[in-house]
Design a protein. Sequence first.
Length: 168
Amino acid sequence: MYDKILYPTDGSSIAESAIEHAQNQAKQHDATVHVLYVIDSEHIGIGLASNLDFEGGPGMVGAPTEDASGMVGSRPTGREDLEDEGTEIVTTVAKQFEGVETETAVRFGSPYETILEYVDNAGIDMIVMSTHGRSGMQRYVIGSVTEKIVRFADVPVLTVSAAETSEK
């Protein structure tokens, strides 16, 4: 019934809460899981330059960051760096799908629009993704990629609440 299952991820622990469900569906239907990471080009700078190669201020692409050890590094500064980071994420996530065939992809664009385009272009039969569990005003102000996918996808969407998974 489902030959191709899409598992969109941003590499977060919240997104990972849906891996088990995607894996179970894939095993049950002998399906391939497509692991997709979308680089949000609507953030400052990404949509304006084809090859970002600048150092920005705080919160900008290329801004210095401090990790837990106190070491200062830098965020990706160019389109290739962002794509490399996305590739690393989908590769790491795909390894978690034991016993399931996977394909990985990294795309630039508006997350929900790019996910829906991928569904159409790759012939996806089902989407499995997590929800951030926001409610009330925060949900309306921030918006939800998952909510838009549920509303506009032409295929079944299995959503997994990150809040429910973390309580187990």
